[in-house]
Write a protein that binds this ligand. Structure first.
Ligand code: PNS
Length: 162
């Protein structure tokens, strides 16, 4: 049995992330979506909120579960019995960002990283761009589930009001 890990910050999860998880679920027996705490990133949603959004967004996928993780991704993969990390690549920028991590993770534990080419409709979609556009009043509904879209607009309204 092959178990894969799809890690990320997911602040918030986009339909581009969900597409990668769906495709990983077709390739591997089990997929663990690993919601990481990255101290260098300021987050709009806390850990529990990001986990809840992932659980909702992947509820239709058998063989997929969602876990939080802290510390090294390789330690999490070892604890989960996962041999593979799956990440989406939208373009050269993602490649430059992901390649050193893939190599370091291989060095640390021998875990393999599999890159899935992002579908064209998602190559311009990122959590940070979605947040920026939504903050400035742009329409980001096509890139999020209805539930995540509602939560995002509510959070931005809270922030704007307070
Ligand atoms: O949302 P992102 O930026 O794609 O997520 C990056 C993440 C959380 C997958 C990455 O920062 C990570 O693996 N963090 C865990 C800490 C770790 O293992 N750092 C060393 C990476 S080589």
């Amino acid at each position: 049995m092959t178990r894969a890990v799809c890690p990320g910050t997911f602040d918030p999860v986009t339909l581009g992330h969900v597409d990668v998880v769906e495709r990983a679920a077709r390739l591997f027996d089990e997929v663990v979506v690993a919601v990481g705490v990255n101290a260098s990133k300021r987050r709009l949603f806390d850990d529990a909120e990001r986990l809840a959004m992932l659980v909702e967004a992947t509820a239709h996928l058998p063989g997929v579960r969602v876990e939080g993780f802290t510390g090294l991704l390789t330690d999490f993969c070892t604890a989960q019995g996962a041999d593979v990390v799956v990440k989406g690549l939208r373009g050269a920028g993602d490649y430059e960002y992901e390649l050193p991590m893939a190599r370091m993770n291989d060095h640390l534990s021998g875990v393999e990283t599999v890159f899935l080419a992002a579908r064209p409709q998602f190559t311009h979609v990122s959590s940070s761009l979605v947040k920026e556009v939504a903050t400035l009043g742009g329409d980001v509904a096509p890139f999020l589930s209805a539930a995540v879209h509602d939560r995002l607009l509510a959070r931005l309204a809270e922030r704007a009001g307070g």
